[in-house]
Design a binder for this molecule. Sequence first.
Ligand code: NZQ
Ligand code: ZN
Length: 387
Amino acid sequence: MQNFDYCTPTRLIFGEGVVEKLPEVMKSYGHKILLTYGGGSIKKLGLYDKVKDLLSDFEIVELAGIQPNPKYDPSVLEGVKLCKENDVDVILSVGGGSVLDCSKAIAAGAKYDGDPWDLISYKVKAQAALPIVDIITLAATGSEYDCGGVISRTETNDKIGYVDPLLYPAVSFLDPTYTFTVSKKQTAAGCADAMNHIMEQYFCEDSTLLNDAFMEGALKSLMINAKKCLENPEDYKARAEMMLDCTYGCNGIYALGNSESGWPCHGMEHALSAYYDITHGEGLAIITPRWMKHILNEKTVDRFVKYGVNVFGIDASLDAFDIANKAIDETYKFFESINIPMHLKDVGIDESRIDEMAHHVAINEGLEEAWAPLTEKDIADIFKASL
Ligand code: NZQ
Ligand code: ZN
C-alpha cells in the first residue's frame, strides 16, 4: 500500500432545493461575483433567473457562452479580464463540467499577472486563486469535488488537465433535479466518463480490498442508475445516485493507497477532443474496450478477472483469459446498450490524423510510465482499432 496525503476542502451541499442556501454561502466569500455559464441550458432550466433572484443584493458580472471542451481563447482570457477589471471576489459557476473547469482556470489566472497559459501549461505554479462556488447541472466529470480543470487551446491542438489544490471548489451545490433536463446523449456520456474515471484508478498494480469494493460498487451503481435515468429522466433517486457516483469518481478518494495507473484512456481521449472537439465521455467509451484488449496479457490478466467476476458476475471458475475477454465484451456491450456511438468514424474521426494524434499523446501524456505502458505505436494501434 502506498503512502498518501489527502485533503478535500470542498463543502458539498446536496439535495432538492439546496440552492436556497446560495446567498448565505456567497456572503462568506464577498460581494462581487463573476457568474459563469454555458450556452443557455441554465436559462431553459429556470436556474439563471433563480440565481439572479437569490443574489439580487450582490454585484454580478457575467461570462456566458462557455463551450463544451472549454477554450482558453476566448473563455479563460475573457473571464480573467472580467475578474481583474471588476475586482471580483468569488466565481459562481453554474452548469456542467466545462463551465466549472473554465472557472477554475479563470480563478487562478485572475490572481496572476502574466499570461494564464503559463499556469495551465505548468510553466509557473499559481500562488493564489479566487474562491469558486458551483452549482453543477450535469453528472459526469466530478469537477465539483476535484482540483482539476481541462482546458483546450485550439491553435496547438492541446487539451491539458490543469491540476492544483488551489482549484478545489469552496462549495459545490448538487441538486439532482437540475440534471432532469440533461439529454440522453449527455447522460450516457456522463456515465461513461465517470465509469472511466473509476477504471483509470482500478486498473493498477497495487490496490486494496476496500478500494476495489468501492470501485466495483460504484461501477455497478453507475450502470444501473444511468439506465434508469435514460428510461425516466425525472427519476429523482436514480439521478441523485448517479450524481454522487460521478462526484466521488474523480476525487481520488476511491484509490487512496493505490499505485498510479497513469490514466491512459484520458491521455488518449484528450487528443481526440483537442483535434476533433468530440464529447469527452463518448471518446472514452470508444477507446476503453480497445485499450483493454490491447493491454490484456499475463501481467494484467488478474485485474481483468477481478473486474469481470465482481462487476459483471462472470463465472470465476472459467479460464482467466476467458473471463477477461468476456469482461471486456461486457464493457463494450454496456456502452452500446446506452446508445453511445462505438466507433471513431461515428463521431467524425477517420484515419487521416491518427499518427499525428498518437505522436502528440506520446510526447505529452507520459503513457510509457502507465501501469500497462503505451508507446506511440501502441497508441496509434488503439486508435486504429477504435475506427
Ligand atoms: O452549454 P450549456 O447550454 O450549459 O449546455 C451543456 C452542454 O451543451 C449541456 N448541459 C449541461 N447541463 C445541462 C445541460 N443540458 C441540459 N440540462 C442540463 N442540466 O450539456 C452539454 C455538455 O456540457 P459539458 O459541461 O461540456 O459536459 P461535462 O460536464 O461532461 O464536461 C465535459 C468537460 O469536462 C472535462 C472534459 O474533458 C470536458 O472538457 N473533464 C473534466 C474533468 C475534471 N475537471 O475533473 C475530468 C474529466 O475527465 C473531463 O476530462
Ligand atoms: Zn473524464
